[in-house]
Design a protein around this ligand. Structure first.
Ligand code: IPE
Ligand code: IPE
Ligand code: MG
Length: 239
């Protein structure tokens, strides 16, 4: 069984899951956050080295104040819990996204604390995308590149894909398998640069109900995909 090095995950369907059970959207987010905790440990134990999740997009600030406030409080409590548990598993937690308002100060503080206390962990990377949009990530990387060229720290001729990658919010390997729950077939701004050659998988199940065995199924689908990277699979095309 081939294990993808980097798995990207768009956590979608908390609201629909809750609605189907007669629960509030907040209860759906709570259930999603608890599920993520278990799933993250499972996925990294399987041998996946990097697990990136889309927890909150820049566009999600369009939702009601009540929902946004609930999610921000959940992040503060939840990230501290993840830190405690994932430190034991030697997992490094990093964050991708725009680090300024409208993200509340207490969320920004927790982000910094969690990154600092897990920075030396070596068994895997858990990358949480919050206040994230990949077009903004590319804009921000471009600005930093221009600054470094103007300051004489970087030669324009030396810019290549690896260099650009190193200017992203986190310097991560390409995504191999990208999963979005809830049956939506779109990226909604998630990791465009990193997902260039990713295999996409769109199960209809809502995120709070997506369990370890559903990930195993995703792995099976992934193993049956023919990743050619623009080449030709000699074994399958020998005529
Ligand atoms: C994903 O679930 C979590 C976030 C975007 C924060 P949704 O809240 O988008 O759930 P649906 O899509 O409304 O069901
Ligand atoms: C994408 O989900 C963002 C996250 C999962 C954090 P949305 O639910 O916000 O996306 P759309 O609105 O369906 O595109
Ligand atoms: Mg959604």
């Amino acid at each position: 069984m081939k294990i993808p090095n980097h798995v990207g995950f768009i956590l979608d369907g908390n609201g629909r899951w809750a609605q189907a059970q007669g629960l509030s959207r907040s209860e759906g987010h709570q259930a999603g956050f608890e599920n993520l905790h278990e799933l993250c440990k499972y996925i990294l134990k399987k041998g996946v080295k990097v697990f990136s999740v889309y927890a909150f997009s820049t566009e999600n600030f369009k939702r009601s104040k009540q929902e946004v406030d609930f999610l921000m409080n959940l992040f503060v409590k939840g990230f501290k819990k993840y830190e405690k548990e994932l430190n034991k598993e030697d997992i490094k937690i990093v964050f991708s996204g725009i680090r300024k308002a409208p993200l509340p100060k207490d969320v920004l503080r927790v982000i910094e604390e969690v990154e600092k206390s897990t920075k030396d962990n070596k068994s895997g990377i858990f990358n949480i995308c919050i206040n994230y949009d990949s077009q903004w990530e590319i804009v921000d990387a471009t600005k930093k590149i221009v600054e470094d060229v103007q300051a004489g720290k970087l030669n324009a001729e030396d810019i290549n894909k690896e260099v650009v990658n190193s200017y992203m919010y986190q310097n991560l390997p390409p995504i191999d398998l990208l999963i979005r729950t809830s049956g939506e077939n779109r990226l909604s701004g998630f990791m465009l640069w990193q997902a260039s050659y990713a295999e996409f998988y769109f199960p209809s199940i809502h995120f709070p109900a997506f369990k370890a065995e559903d990930f195993d199924e995703a792995l099976e689908v992934y193993n049956n995909r023919d990743r050619r990277f623009g080449g030709i699979n000699e074994k399958k095309n020998n005529s």
